[in-house]
Ligand binder design. Structure first.
Ligand SMILES: [Zn+2]
Ligand SMILES: [Zn+2]
Length: 351
């Protein structure tokens, strides 16, 4: 299941993928965009409130559905917005209860629905131990659950992207995750291809897929008609963390950074003591890393969110504090900045 390359352990998906995904992947070489969006299902701090559930993000990457943390009530948060999503994988950042208590209920509901497709749960070491306890609650399931404990620097490989984990600075061993899309082919220049005597049609597609074709003066290689490869997109999720260098590196030029913003300026000492960040610290880090949009989560319910956000925006204007059911769409860099759609998960469900 695992393979090694360049010092980074890469973990290959080994179970059934839906045909819809391979269609999406096959189209990518031809410049059709892979959808990438983040649904904020739980944006609250350690304790759920009437308005904010505990940590849970749903990442939609092409046809894949990945959950990052699964706090209490995550399945109900889905039911209230996207509908219950049969996720492919659950990534847990660390084993504080506000980040995993929703897992047993979700597993049980999938079982009652007769799910057959295996589910993979991924996290730092300690996952197997945690599941010894959770299995007593969950009981037998109609589908397989595969537990994967990652070492720092491991990457879970998918078609067209990978999910890399990195260590963050919290009260216990905790990981952030970076979703890193593969480099995309450069832009195709149809006029250049025609000048070299390539007929518009299937040969254009072959060139864009990386195959040489015949032109009027011999073979035309893709390099003659394609621009420089373009960087893929990157979305980084920190989980709970104090500001730290690993996040700064992982988030370098990310389209979207979802960062712990637990505290306001006035509680900067408390943030340090508890392994969390102030909103301003997250914003400074995001600015230094060249992040295009910062989304603050895990904000303590003691604050008026507008005050906390104002502090962060003094450092970085491209900063939001999404509420539950908000969505951030992440377009390709050349098509603009990531965009917050307020209540987007519910609006789409009602449409
Ligand atoms: Zn937490
Ligand atoms: Zn925590």
């Amino acid at each position: 299941m695992t393979s090694c390359s360049g010092g980074t352990r890469s973990i290959q998906l080994s179970y059934g993928r839906r045909p819809r995904q391979s269609t999406t992947d096959a189209c990518r070489g031809y410049g059709k965009p892979m959808d990438l969006s983040v649904v904020f299902l739980g944006t609250g701090g350690s304790v759920p409130t009437a308005r904010r559930a505990t940590a849970c993000l749903l990442m939609r990457v092409g046809g894949d559905r990945l959950l990052f943390d699964c706090g209490e009530g995550s399945q109900r948060q889905m039911q209230r917005s996207t509908g219950l999503v049969a996720v492919d994988e659950i990534y847990v950042t660390h084993y504080h209860a506000d980040h995993y208590l929703g897992v047993p209920g979700l597993l049980k509901t999938y079982d009652l629905q007769g799910r057959e497709r295996p589910l993979r749960i991924i996290g730092p070491p300690g996952l197997e131990e945690l599941f010894k306890a959770l299995r007593r609650i969950v009981g037998r399931l109609s589908y397989g659950v595969q537990l994967v404990e990652l070492d720092e620097g491991d990457a879970v490989r998918h078609e067209g992207y990978e999910v890399r984990c990195f260590g963050v600075d919290h009260q216990m061993r905790a990981y952030g995750y970076a979703i890193v899309e593969d480099e995309r082919p450069g832009r195709f220049d149809p006029a250049a291809a025609e000048r070299l005597g390539v007929d518009p049609g299937p040969d254009f597609g072959r060139l864009q897929a990386g195959e040489p074709v015949s032109g009027s003066d011999g073979e035309v290689s893709p390099g003659q008609v394609m621009g420089e490869p373009r960087r893929g997109r990157k979305v980084v999720v920190t989980g709970d963390t104090a500001p730290c260098e690993m996040v700064r590196l992982a988030a370098h030029e990310a389209e979207l950074l979802v960062h712990d913003g637990s505290f306001a300026d006035e509680e900067i000492d408390r943030a340090a003591e508890t392994g969390h960040s102030t909103a301003r610290q997250a914003a400074v880090l995001a600015r230094e890393a060249g992040v295009r949009l910062l989304a603050l989560v895990h904000v303590s319910s003691r604050y008026d969110i507008r005050d906390v956000l104002a502090e962060a925006r003094e450092e970085l204007s491209a900063c939001e504090a999404p509420r539950d059911f908000d969505v951030v769409e992440v377009p390709f860099p050349e098509r603009g900045a990531p965009r917050l759609i307020e209540n987007g998960a519910r609006a789409a469900a009602q449409a």
